[in-house]
Design a protein around this ligand. Sequence first.
Ligand SMILES: Nc1ncnc2c1ncn2[C@@H]1O[C@H](COP(=O)(O)OP(=O)(O)OP(=O)(O)O)[C@@H](O)[C@H]1O
Ligand SMILES: [Mg+2]
Length: 254
Amino acid sequence: MDTTIDPAISVRQLNKRFGALHVLKDIDLDVMPGEVLGIIGPSGSGKSTLIRCMNMLEAPSSGTLSFKGRPVGRRFRSAAGDIGTGELRRRVGMVFQHFNLFPHLTVLQNVTKGPVVVLKQSAAEAEATAMALLAEVGLESKRDEYPAHLSGGQKQRVAIARALAMKPDVLLLDEVTSALDPELVGEVLNVIRRLAENGMTMVLVTHEMAFAADTASRLIFMEAGRIAETGSPDEVLHNPKSERLRSFLSRFHA
Ligand SMILES: Nc1ncnc2c1ncn2[C@@H]1O[C@H](COP(=O)(O)OP(=O)(O)OP(=O)(O)O)[C@@H](O)[C@H]1O
Ligand SMILES: [Mg+2]
């Protein structure tokens, strides 16, 4: 019996350059199904660029990306043997630091739009799924509000519901709490924690070290475009090997 499990996402020797700027250097990384991978590191170290490469919002300059064992191609359409960027983006959802909800659509319409337009769900099916997801993030009562009338934490929870409505295999989260007022951070982290408990595969860039420590199954520390350290949250946060990681972490213990 073949017991090998394909990584949800596999990155090999990935490099990314913006002109002369070499932002990602020889990144090798597997994200296993059900894993919650946390990415920490200083500003400008390449964290956002790395997760944007994982769903081809940024095209790598070199190296390979695979999704469940299928190499990711450069075209929109999937072809024999590879997966196109269109299907990849459906299956690898993303939530950004700055909520990018559609301002002219209600909460419910924000969540149903992708499933109706892209997944070709009926309006009734999309609405039933959306209401279940809005209930999960505690926002059923806001279904007919427009984003401008929501708090930052509420907007971010709608953004998570919207990403989940596409039934992604993997969810990428880029500092989803860092634009929020401190008192709103907890409600968003609770949603993510529940997703983790339910087995959702996630890659999350975060500056919330305590959250990373109790939610992530593994942490990587990025430094100047490279994966400088990797290990369990306990190893990375409490037993850092390099001076750079020690100094990075010391900023959070002040
Ligand atoms: N589209 C772009 N064009 C040119 N340079 C870019 C682009 N996107 C990112 N960079 C540069 O790449 C480097 C890495 O940026 P990135 O956003 O990945 O860092 P980060 O680790 O996410 O930082 P932060 O913690 O501040 O979000 C930075 O020097 C940034 O200026
Ligand atoms: Mg970033």
